[in-house]
Structures are given as structure tokens and as C-alpha cells.
Design a protein around this ligand. Sequence first.
Ligand SMILES: Cc1cc2nc3c(=O)[nH]c(=O)nc-3n(C[C@H](O)[C@H](O)[C@H](O)COP(=O)(O)OP(=O)(O)OC[C@H]3O[C@@H](n4cnc5c(N)ncnc54)[C@H](O)[C@@H]3O)c2cc1C
Ligand SMILES: Cc1cc2nc3c(=O)[nH]c(=O)nc-3n(C[C@H](O)[C@H](O)[C@H](O)COP(=O)(O)O)c2cc1C
Length: 630
Amino acid sequence: QEEEDVPKELDRQQYPGGHLSIYFASQTGTAESFANQLEREGAEHGFFVHVIDLEDVEVENLLDEARKDESVSKALFLCSTYGEGEPTDNSVQFVSEMKSRIGGGEEEKKEDNGVQNGEDSLAGLEYCVFGLGNRQYEHYNAMGHFFDTSLEKVGAKRIAEIGLGDDDADLEGDFETWKDGVFWPTLKKLYVKEAIVSTSNGATEELPETPYVVEYVSAGKPAKIALDDVHSSSRYYFSSVDCPVKVVRELRSKEAEGSTVHVEVDISQAKGITYQTADNLGVLPENDTAVVTAVANALKYDLDAHFVVKSNPKHEWHGAPFPSPITVRECLSRYCDLTGSPRRSDLKLLASYATDPIDKKALLRMSSKEGRAEYKDKIVQSHVGLVELLKLCPSIQAPLEHFLNFCPRMVPRYYTISSSSSVYPRTIHLTVSVTETAKKDGSVYKGICSSHLADSLDRTIRIFDRESGFRLPSDTTKPILMIGPGTGIAPMRALLQEREYQKTRENKNVGKNVLYFGCQNRKKDYIYQDELVAYQKAGVLSDLHVAFSREQSDKVYVQHLLSQRAKETWNLIDDQGAYVYVCGGVKMGHDVQEALLKMVTTEDNRSAQDAKSYLDQLAKDGRYVQELWA
Ligand SMILES: Cc1cc2nc3c(=O)[nH]c(=O)nc-3n(C[C@H](O)[C@H](O)[C@H](O)COP(=O)(O)OP(=O)(O)OC[C@H]3O[C@@H](n4cnc5c(N)ncnc54)[C@H](O)[C@@H]3O)c2cc1C
Ligand SMILES: Cc1cc2nc3c(=O)[nH]c(=O)nc-3n(C[C@H](O)[C@H](O)[C@H](O)COP(=O)(O)O)c2cc1C
């Protein structure tokens, strides 16, 4: 953050609490949106709030003079957990710096490794943490806890108990309860000694502040811009590349319900796109044209108008949110999430733009604590996105610069690449399950990105590469055990291609390849069956175990087949040093882990705790890799 963004002298009457820094670690934007919400609320509590992306700071910046009051820096950390208990992309650097300050890894657990008064000390930092996580994951809120304990170890002072939010239940409710019950009251008690003098003129028609200014221009193409001048959560909008899709093929049979497609993307002409076998591919989807038109009509925007987005000088600027000049159409199509359910805090913001008192009242009611049940029923469970909300509350009218503030950004979706970069250096394969959800009104919601991909033949898609944890053993003689039902087969297909390449083209001695796959029925959704059978015949796939969940009265899943072969699996892992890869739904990953734990306890006569330590060690050694999505 540039120092010049920060006012040197605060108006102490308006901000008796002084400066407050809110740092966020966010992967899909929720923690960032909570930070923005607190920024909006800051003034009414007497604080000048600085929202800061953790990507933009090093640990020593936490004590920046420009955000200090006397000798104290006040900070809140909003931390999401990603991967398997891992930091979000924008906090990887920061977390690694913190780890090295406190001794890292195993050392973290020691009691006395804090840097209390040394040069590295963060004495003078007074902080609290709110963690965003999901209880379905094994390492629930691991990063929230990491920040909470490690900051104390380096000499910072915790001023409030950590708050934890569960995205599997009511994350926003958890956050609201913590911020109103713990966070603001603690800050008020510690730092606000005088009454707050509001500078608002109290006029009801006053619109909320927006960080943007929109300037309409005659035409023009997006200007080149240095990545440093880009809002860090929008980097992908600037760095991703358009690539043609050459193949889209249905993988399920005609009798099957639903759809899973095999997609091949040509990257031969793409500058800056390289990949490694079984990496993740980030895809930036586009909204349906009908949705874009409906939003533009509701808000009376000219879809063909060009505009440039600039900073509002009254507001801290965090960089360009997306490339411009751009048309309104392109902006709504690519950069705005128009179909996801708005949060309750968004409804409160939207109420400021509703001119009809009935709309305003309904929005405010659903945004309040008392309106939680109604919000859940009418917005979340009815799958009402911004596009529908604008229909339900037609009096909402907002200038584009305001719309850009309250409409969430479109987030990229990730897909595990199902091809080997050695075999297909110029093509990326994806295995995509097309999501469909029946809505209460009888219509069907089609997942934005999966349907965009299913419909992408002979079109281009906008993509970027991201490293995954799937790496084959450097000692090729080691066996691998792959567990990937449904679309979880994607990385396993890539690994199999790579192992075949190592064996047949590099003439390496390659260990056993064992695969556990699962689907409902062999005649319906046994995807890539031909390839798997061919690998088996060629001796590349040593063992193939398929769980057909719906071919008998009892449901049979991969974890059941794994348990049936506990002895040979244990031998493969413990005696032969196999690497284990698991990919697919979180629930499946959890059940597979349970089966593995049971195997360790029974086959090696260990306690449950020892079995857990055994698997933890495997994961640390890179021999137990999971990629699970909810
Ligand atoms: C690391 C990683 C790897 C992944 N790899 C793969 C892979 O290899 N293959 C694969 O298929 N997937 C994979 N996924 C999942 C993938 O990223 C997407 O989450 C998935 O394709 C759904 O995205 P979507 O845009 O189609 O759906 P979205 O539009 O994001 O909707 C997701 C779900 O939300 C609900 N929903 C949202 N809005 C509405 C609404 N207005 N009305 C009704 N319902 C709504 C629906 O239930 C819908 O199915 C992976 C995820 C991660 C994190
Ligand atoms: C791929 C993926 C992995 C996740 N891993 C974890 C995890 O290990 N532990 C946890 O508590 N939550 C996990 N979560 C849940 C997120 O932390 C939670 O949804 C959070 O609200 C996301 O916030 P963000 O939008 O700021 O990134 C994961 C979510 C995804 C999509």
C-alpha cells in the first residue's frame, strides 16, 4: 500500500479510535468482502479503516508508521483456509515469512520459540483474528488458528478471542455475531475514549461511498497496465490468456442423467501458459447473455457504451479492478457475479439504492439479524442472484460506479488438468462435470463455468495455470495408489499418461500403478472406461478397482473396496513406499481417510492417534496428496 494513500493526520473528532488495519487472506473473495463491509462500518465506530491485501505486505509492514496511533498499530486479520489446511494464494508469502520468523514446521509447536523482544518482534501490534473455514474439511480454520497463535509468538498482543466462521453452516451469521458481539465492542472499549462526531449531513438520499469513478469514453481497447497497479484479487483478469477449445466430448452414456464432458484446450499459441501434469487450470467463465441483458435493462445501462474505471480520490485505491476501456457488456459478462446469492451485508448496501420504500424495507429486513430465516428461504434456498433480485426489487437504480462496488467480482473456477504435459505439451485436457440445480420456481440453474466449458467447442476460453500438489515420485520405481471417483479421476488420468510415458518413451523402470475409481453404474457414468481397460491390458495399470455404487441394493464406494484390500494396501504403502493420491468430493476424501486410518490401526496394531500421526507424516513427505472440493 502506498503511503500517499493514507491521510497523515486523522480528524480525531470523526475518528477518535484512530487507524485500523484490516488484512485479508482470501481465495474466492469472501474474506475480502467482509473486510470491505468493516471498512464501510468503520466511521460509525470511530475508526479510519485501511483494507489491505496480505499479498501486498511483508511482516514488518504490520508496524507501518502511517497506520499507527502513538506507538500502537491496531489490526484485524480475516483469514480463509484453502487446500488442505493451507494458506490462500494471496497469503502464501506472508505465511511463509511468519513461519520462518517463528521457526516454522515442527518448531511451531514448541512453547518457547516466540521472538519476544528481538529485532523481529511485533511488539506494538495489537490484533485479533477472524478465521473463515468449512467444517467439512479436516483442517478446519487451520489458517485462522495459525495467524492467531503465530502473531502472539512474535510479540504482538491479542486483544480479543479468535472468531471462527463455518461456510458449511452460516458463515456470514458467525461473522456478524463475532464482529458485533466481540470485535467492535473490544475496539470501542480499548481505543475510543471520546464521542464520535459524525460528518454525515444525515440526508437520507446520500448514496454509499464507492472507490470507483466511471468515465464514459467514445471507444478503445483495454490499456496495458503493470500488474503492480492492479487490484491483487483481479490479477487473473489481466494475466489470463484466450485459448481455443478443439474438443468437447460427452463422457457419460446416453442412458445416464447429467453430463460430464472431456474438453481439450489448444495452448500451442498461448504465450505464458505452460503446465505440469495434473496441475490446476483456472478458467474465467462468462455470464449468459440473457442474464447480462436482464441486468443492463433493469439498471438502464447501455451495453455498448465504453468506459474507463478510475479511482475515487476520496477513497483508498487498491488498483484497477479489471482492464478498461471496456464495454458495459464485456464488464457484466466477464467480471461481475450476477447469479450468486448476494450476502446479507450486500442487501443492506442494495437497500440504499432502492427508491421504493417497500423494496427498501424488504431488503433491510432480510439483511438484519432478525431476517436471517427469511433471507435463507427467499434468497439462498431460492437461489436468487443479483439478476433476479433486480427483477424482484425494480426500484433499485445505481450508477455504474456504485454497481461495481456492490456487485461481487466473478471468481475463477479451477479444474484439475487430466493430461500429462510430457505427452500433450500443446494441449490441456479437462474432465468437467456439468452442474445443474433445480430451483424452487421450477427452472434449472446451470453452473456458470461448467456449462461455459460444455458449450465451448470451437470457441476460446480464458485460462491460467496454477500449480497443484500432484507430483509423481522422483524415484519412478515407487508404486502409486490413486483414489479418484467421478471427476476425481482427472489427475489420475494425467498421472497414468505420465507413468506410461516414463515407461515406454523414457524406458524407465516404473512401479505399480493402482487405481480406485467409482461411479453409479458401468453402463452410465463409467467415464474413460476404454482408456482404463486399455491401460490395464498394456500393463500400465497394474490394478483397477471400480466401485459401482448403484448396481446393488447396498451402496458401494471406493472406501469400501479399499477396506476390503486393507492388507495389500498397507503392504503397498508401508513396505513398498507407495505414494497415495486422492481427488474428488470432500465427503469422499474424509471417508477414504477413515478407511486408511482403520487400515493402519488394524494392520500395524497402532492406536488411533498413532495412525493419525502416520498419515500426517505421509502427507508431510508428499506421499499422501489430497485435492478435495466441497
Ligand atoms: C482445486 C479444484 C479442482 C477442481 N477440479 C475439478 C475437476 O477436475 N472437474 C470438475 O468438474 N470440477 C472441478 N472442481 C469444481 C469446479 O471448480 C467448479 O466448482 C464446478 O465446475 C462448478 O462451477 P460452476 O461455475 O459450473 O458452478 P457455479 O455457477 O459456481 O455454481 C455452483 C453451484 O452453486 C449452486 N448455485 C450457485 N448459484 C446458483 C443459482 N443462482 N441458482 C441455483 N443454484 C446456484 C448450484 O448448486 C451450483 O451447482 C474443482 C474445484 C477445485 C477447488
Ligand atoms: C478447494 C477448497 C479448499 C478448502 N480447504 C479448507 C480447509 O482446509 N479448511 C477449512 O476450514 N476450510 C477450507 N475451505 C473453505 C473456505 O475456507 C471457506 O469456504 C471460506 O469462506 C472461503 O473464503 P474466501 O472466499 O475468502 O476464500 C476450502 C474451500 C475450498 C474451495
